[in-house]
Design a binder for this molecule. Structure first.
Ligand code: SAH
Length: 224
């Protein structure tokens, strides 16, 4: 589904090389990420393409990094954890991401599942993310400039929904856009006390479990 070429500088040298990605994967493994499908993709996908050139040398550190406009590319450990959570019952067919940001989480998902839909409220970030998707050859990512609080009703239901910005409470329209047995992962709670929450739909019931403390930028309303 994804072809990573070493031509044109995407393969990287030095701090952006395959060795740097291998070290990141080793670190994620040490920190408890065990899903080999996810580790395999993080080992291939050039994260340095998703950050500003000035930060490329830090792209394979296991940290969130600024992407401008007050937003961040998520920490690889968290990307891995969220991705593994939506893959736990098998490969979902259709996934919605709320908060495209740099595009990295969408690209990780699109390397593993047939269809990714991603929504971003900041036009400028979406524009850059779309260029990255094209550059890397992704054909299975649909993106939209919109407020993700309403999900993407025309494309629902989704087998999985990944929310990459923090809300105080679970967002009801998103829960309703989950298909039968669909899984949603989202950072929930007041800033400073967010938890990564995993919810699985079972008919008209939604069962949730906590996956640990996280610190995401806030899920805001409206578009800019
Ligand atoms: N998944 C991203 C993480 C970006 S940070 C990545 O891999 O880089 C969270 C993103 O969510 C920001 O870009 C922010 O603008 C966006 N966001 C916040 N509230 C939103 C909303 N209501 N709808 C869509 N995007 C939103």
């Amino acid at each position: 589904m994804m072809a990573v070429s070493s031509a044109g500088g995407m393969g990287g040298r030095g701090m952006t090389s395959q060795r740097a990605r291998d070290r990141l994967v080793a670190r994620l493994r040490q920190n408890g990420i065990s899903d080999e499908r996810v580790l395999g993709i993080i080992g291939q996908l050039p994260r340095h393409v998703f950050v500003d050139e000035a930060l490329a040398s830090r792209a394979y550190e296991d940290t969130a990094l600024p992407i401008g406009l007050g937003q961040t590319i998520s920490q690889p450990y968290i990307v891995a954890k969220m991705t593994a959570a939506v893959l736990r019952d098998g490969i979902p067919q259709r996934v919605l991401e709320v908060g495209t940001g740099s595009g990295y989480q969408a690209a990780v998902l699109a390397s593993l599942v047939p269809e990714v839909h991603t929504v971003e409220r900041i036009d400028e970030l979406l524009y850059v993310a779309r260029r990255r998707f094209r550059r890397l050859g992704f054909k299975n990512i649909r993106s939209r400039h919109a407020d993700g609080n309403v999900g993407w009703p025309e494309q629902a239901p989704f087998d999985a929904i990944v929310v990459t910005a923090g809300a105080e409470e679970l967002v009801a329209p998103l829960l309703r856009q989950l298909g039968e047995r669909g899984i949603l992962v989202a950072p929930i709670g007041p800033s400073g006390a967010q938890q990564l929450v995993c919810v699985q739909r079972d008919g008209d019931a939604w069962r949730s479990e906590k996956l640990g403390a996280v610190a995401f930028v806030p899920l805001l309303a409206g578009v800019v």
